[in-house]
Design a protein around this ligand. Structure first.
Ligand code: SF4
Length: 210
């Protein structure tokens, strides 16, 4: 029986490429989340994409379809990117954790935050995506991605939209996850939150132009 690796690092192919790493990730058993999710949901985008968006983990629709950001939050993200003037072909989308963690509530599967061990086990996949794509800009979407990439004490509530010095990429920023906009209590606050999100994305456009 194959040994369960302690981390996805044991599975990264020699001389990795995005297709070979994506293929290797399909077989990942480096944490227990593979048992709960339907499939590994690896990052997607053009190899020359300048902007990498990093979320927490795939959601219900992403888990079923096998692609990142294709559910309601992904649709909102696409709308915000368009409003900000960021071409979808210039974007690579991925997550800190590549399997959907959920718990049942009636017939529904409710998102459950990944723990530190699961995030650490999965991290080599993300590090390899960053190393291969070398994006000009990395945007962390939500607290889990921001804390994984920018440090455990990073607070998105206090520092969203700020440029952060980081060895990860020339331009690095954290903002909210689009799913949080969907959870806003009413249309007016949803609209306001979407505007703030688009404003954060526009800062990335200006940084890439300068
Ligand atoms: S969540 Fe990541 S580390 Fe865990 S099994 Fe899936 S791909 Fe592997």
């Amino acid at each position: 029986m194959p040994r369960k690796p302690d981390s996805a690092a044991d599975l990264i192919p020699n001389r990795p490429s995005i297709p070979s790493v994506r293929k290797a990730a399909k077989e990942c058993r480096a944490c227990d989340l593979w048992k709960r999710g339907t499939q590994t949901v690896f990052g997607e985008g053009e190899p020359q994409a300048r902007v990498m968006l990093v979320g927490e983990q795939p959601g219900d629709q992403e888990d079923l379809q096998g692609h990142p950001f294709v559910g309601p939050a992904g649709k909102l993200l696409n709308r915000a990117l368009e409003e900000a003037g960021i071409n979808r072909s210039d974007v690579y989308v991925t997550n800190v954790v590549k399997h959907f963690k959920w718990q049942p509530r009636g017939k529904r599967r409710i998102h459950k935050k990944p723990n530190a061990g699961q995030i650490a086990a999965c991290r080599p996949w993300l590090d390899t995506e960053i190393a291969l794509l070398k994006p000009r800009a990395i945007i962390c979407l939500g607290a889990t991605a921001a804390q994984a990439l920018l440090g455990a004490s990073f607070k998105v509530t206090a520092r969203r939209g700020e440029f952060v010095d980081s060895p990860l990429a020339p331009v690095v920023m954290a903002t909210v996850h689009p799913s949080s906009i969907l959870r806003a209590p009413d249309d007016e606050s949803r609209h306001t939150e979407l505007e703030r999100f688009v404003a954060d994305l526009r800062k990335i456009v200006r940084a890439l132009e300068s």
